[in-house]
Design a protein around this ligand. Structure first.
Ligand code: NI
Length: 138
């Protein structure tokens, strides 16, 4: 660990402390580390070749067999990226699926965006997590 200190104005310090309390951080260092990691992850995704894991999640109406079949076909067509998928029967009418895929950001982005653009998908979200096989950051 390396110690760094920063200076901010009073209103920003208060807002930061409010955020820390609201999110349940134990201290400023933990909160600041998370903010910094989030910015570094965003910066990493500026590189289209960045290796990532993506989590694509979406809802759709139960009983849409054609959509289910298209989703499965789409995943089979991208076996090189899809690691896992999960289906949850959220209500009698709503299904939730989460697909985890790994690969280069530019290729993953196309796969993920096409997944949630499929006709019949309710709401969809994509979360990209840059990964670095060589470096470990805590
Ligand atoms: Ni279901």
């Amino acid at each position: 660990m390396k110690r760094i200190s920063i200076t901010v104005d009073e209103p920003l310090a208060r807002a930061f402390d409010d955020l820390i309390a609201k999110r349940g951080y134990e201290n400023r260092s933990e909160a600041f580390r998370d903010l910094l990691k989030k910015e570094l992850a965003k910066e990493a995704l500026m590189n289209p070749e960045q290796e990532c894991v993506a989590v694509v999640s979406y809802t759709y109406t139960h009983g849409k067999a054609a959509l289910s079949r298209r989703n499965i076909e789409h995943q089979h067509a991208h076996l090189d990226m899809v690691i896992s998928s999960m289906h949850v029967h959220a209500t009698h009418n709503t299904c939730v699926e989460a697909v985890i895929a790994k690969g280069r950001y530019d290729k993953l982005k196309v796969f993920c965006e096409n997944t949630i653009a499929e006709k019949g998908i309710g709401c969809g979200e994509i979360n990209y997590l840059p990964i670095d096989e060589d470096e470990q950051r805590d």
